[in-house]
Design a protein around this ligand. Sequence first.
Ligand code: 5CA
Length: 438
Amino acid sequence: MRLSRYLLPVAKESPADAQIVSHKLMLRAGLVRQTAAGIYAWLPLGLRVLRKIEKIVREEQDRAGAVELLMPTLQSADLWRESGRYDAYGPEMLRITDRHEREMLYGPTNEEMITALFRDAARSYRDLPRTLYHIQWKFRDEVRPRFGVMRGREFLMKDAYSFDMDEAGARHSYNKMFVAYLRTFARMGVRAIPMQADTGPIGGDLSHEFIILAPSGESEVFYHANWEKPVDLGAIDTEDAGVLQQVVSGLVADYAATDEKRDPEREAATGDLLRTSRGIEVGHIFYFGTKYSEAMGMAVQAKDGTSVVPHMGSYGIGVSRLVGALIEASHDDAGIIWPEEVAPFKVGLINMRVDDETCTRVADDMYQKLTGLGVEVLYDDRDERGGAKFATMDVIGLPWQLVIGPKGLASGVVELKNRRTGEKQELSLDSALERLTG
Ligand code: 5CA
C-alpha cells in the first residue's frame, strides 16, 4: 500500500479525552475514530489489525472443532422473553421498536438465539456434541464507556456455544475451549491467564476469565508466579476427555483468581509465590448446564429413546477489545510495537527523498519485489520530511522499517530497523530483501 493513497490520519499530540496509553495510541496512530460515545469507526489501519486478530481467533476455533455461522445483530424481544432475560437484563440492553411496533433489541450476547436455532435443528444424540460460533458486533449500553475500544458500547465479540448430552460431555467441550483460548492468545504474542471468575448475568457454576496483565487493567488479579512463564501445551490429544481434563487440572492447580473469587486458603498455600497485578479481561468462558436449554424447551432423543435436555456452555473473546489490550501489553514512548502475527503490515518502507530519481526508482522497485513475494508493505512515498516519516512509522509500530535514502544508496546499502529492539542494520538491497522474505 502506498501511503500517498491511503487514509492514515496520524496525530502528534495525545488527544485530551484519552486516559490510557492504548486509547491514546489508537487515536494517534489513526486506527479508530469515535463517532458517538463508545462507538468507533475502524480506519483502514485499525481494520487490518482487527481482521488479523479475527483470523487467529477463527483458525483456533476451527482447530478446536467449533463450527462457524453468523447470527444477526438485531434480535426479537420475544426470543429473550422465552429465557426470562428480557426483563432481567436491565438498561445495558439497547431496545428498539420497528415500524410495526415490534420490540427488538441489539444483541448484547446470543445464548437465546443459538438455543432457538439449535433446538429447531437438532433431533437426537447424533446431532450432539456441537460447538457453534460466530464473530459478530454486540451492543451493551454501558453506563460509562471508556478506555476507547476496551470498554465500548458497540464491540466485536467471538461467541461460541456448546451443546452436549450430559455434564461430562459439556466439561470436555469446556476444556477444549480452555486450551483453544491459551493457544489463541499465545499466537498474538501475549499471555492471558485463566482465572476463576464470577458468572454474572450469563449464569452457571464453572467459569474462567482470560486476563492479560497490564497496569491499566480494570480488575485486580491474584496469581501464582508460575503463570509468568509460558505455558507449554505441546501436542495434546484434545479429543481424549481424560487426557484433556488432566492437562486443564494441572494448569489450574496454579492459583489464579479475580478479586471477586479470591480464595484465602489457596492464597496461603501459594505463599510468597503469590503475585498481584491489574489485568484486562480478553476472554470469558462459562459452563451453565441446562439453564437456557431447559427454559427454552429444548430436548433431544438419547440412544435409549429417552428425552434429554442438552448441557450448554458459552465462550466469549473480546476481538475489538484485544486491539487495545495488545497495545497495552506492547508499546514504548514512541508508539505501538505490534507482535508480527497481528501487525497491520510487516514492513514500513520509507523513501527518504521522493525528489531523487535513483532513490525513488530503487524504493519503487523494492516495493514491487516485496509485495510480489507476498510481504505486506506500507510504502511511505509521500513528499514529507524524513523526521516526520520516522515518527509515523514508530507510532504505527510495524515490525520492520526499511529506509532507502540517497546517502546509503551511494554506497549500495539500505537501513533495516527492528521496531521492537530498535536495532539498525545496513544491508545491501538483496540481503534486505532476503531478510524480509526469508
Ligand atoms: N455470552 C458470554 C460468552 S459468549 C458473554 O457475553 N461473555 S462476556 O460478557 O464475558 O463477554 C465476552 C468478552 O467480550 C469479554 O471477555 C470481553 O473481552 C468482551 N467485552 C465484554 N464487554 C465489552 C465491552 N463493553 N467492550 C469491549 N469488549 C467487551
